[in-house]
Ligand binder design. Structure first.
Ligand code: PRE
Length: 359
């Protein structure tokens, strides 16, 4: 009995290999057909041809499988064939891991982003005065953070809200950075101001609302500064990757991606932190990925758990907002940390077992 079973299994093993050979033979034919169709400007998908093949297959079909089962199997085979052809058609994105399997490490002067160590980007939502940004810079430096943030060009929902100090703000940020030995990052909103960013900043940020401002992306791509690109409010991961591609195609591959929450029906948080976007982006692209816990949650009480989660799923760093007196901040007063809260936040994250890292 068991002999017979073994014998049948042996036969099945051989059939499996025959199927495998046939599938691969089919794949080679399909690729050749794909090349011809491509050269004639034809699309990979041809439903009429698929229908003809299915009809022909069903004519020949004798069981024991049900018709529906055979149809399902062949539809999967056609789908795989189409993907094989489209893989040849589709340009592989420069930002994709398929194009570059190794991690991209971004050098910002003497610090690195994406080298396996977590980097923190901390600072006020808006630069309001030299004194304000200096106070934060000092606290940030004391916690061992390397990068200071601060908004100077503020894309605000209401035109009546504080719009930022513009170039003056960039200069104040630069001054604070130089004084405390910190790299500085700030958002640029207009393509013509990329030049100002290049002059005053170490990293140029492109914000969520501008993720698909293609002129801005292209201009950023012409600069030699590292770019921090935030995911758009309602952007899919694919749209996010394509936005990054706009920068890279212009020659600048010093790009850091930043998940900052997306808009969903949930109202408990300002946005919904799409935590799985981090491992997906790490798998799909070779770029470093950071998480902005302030904008994704909009809640001070969630900053620490969100940061731990981000690190646990493989983020290369965390961005959050810190203000000497959030209650009187000119923007985002609800969600910025005051300095003692920030110190507690950093101390908690530095605990040896704060996060069970996936690495
Ligand atoms: O016959 C073709 O034109 C093919 O490209 C081959 C093939 C197939 O797998 O058989 C692939 C995709 C099309 O949707 C239809 C058929």
């Amino acid at each position: 009995m068991s002999n017979h079973l073994d014998q049948l299994r042996d036969e099945l093993d051989q059939v499996n290999i025959k199927i495998l050979d046939l599938i691969n033979e089919r794949g080679r034919l399909v690729k050749e057909i794909g090349d011809i169709k491509k050269s004639q400007g034809m699309k990979a998908y041809d439903p009429v041809r698929e229908r003809e093949m299915l009809d022909h297959i069903i004519d020949q079909h004798q069981g024991p499988f049900e018709y529906a089962t055979v149809k399902h199997i062949f539809k999967e085979i056609f789908k795989a064939a189409k993907e094989l052809q489209e893989g040849d058609y589709r340009e592989t994105l420069l930002v994709s891991r398929k194009k570059k399997p190794s991690d991209t490490i971004i050098s910002v002067g003497d610090i690195s982003v994406g080298n396996g160590e977590n980097q923190f980007i901390m600072g006020p939502c808006s630069v309001e005065s030299q004194e304000q940004v200096n106070t934060v810079a000092k606290a940030v430096k004391q916690q061992g953070v390397n990068i200071l943030r601060g908004g100077a060009f503020k894309p605000r929902t209401s035109p009546y809200d504080f719009q930022g100090l513009g170039e003056e703000g960039l200069k104040m940020l630069r001054h604070a950075g130089d004084q405390y030995g910190l790299k500085v990052v700030s958002e640029i909103t207009n393509p013509k101001d990329i030049e100002l960013g290049t002059k005053h900043l170490d990293i140029i940020q492109i914000g969520a609302r501008n993720m698909q401002n293609f002129d801005l992306l292209k201009e950023a791509g012409k600069s030699n500064k590292p770019i921090l690109l935030k995911r758009g409010l309602a952007a899919t991961i694919n749209e996010f990757m394509n936005a990054a591609e706009y920068v890279v195609t212009q020659g600048n591959s010093n790009l850091i991606l930043c998940e900052r929450g997306i808009r969903t029906y949930e109202t408990a948080t300002r946005n919904t932190l799409d935590i799985t976007a981090v491992p997906i982006l790490k798998q799909e692209t070779h770029l470093p990925v950071m998480v902005d816990v302030t904008h994704s949650t909009g809640r001070r009480d969630l900053l620490l758990p969100a940061a731990k989660a981000a690190i646990a799923v493989g983020a290369d760093g965390i961005m959050a907002e810190v203000h000497p007196d959030p209650a009187v901040a000119l923007s985002d007063s609800q969600q910025q940390m005051d300095i003692p809260t920030f110190e507690h936040f950093m101390e908690q994250l530095k605990q040896p077992h704060a996060v069970v890292n996936n690495g």
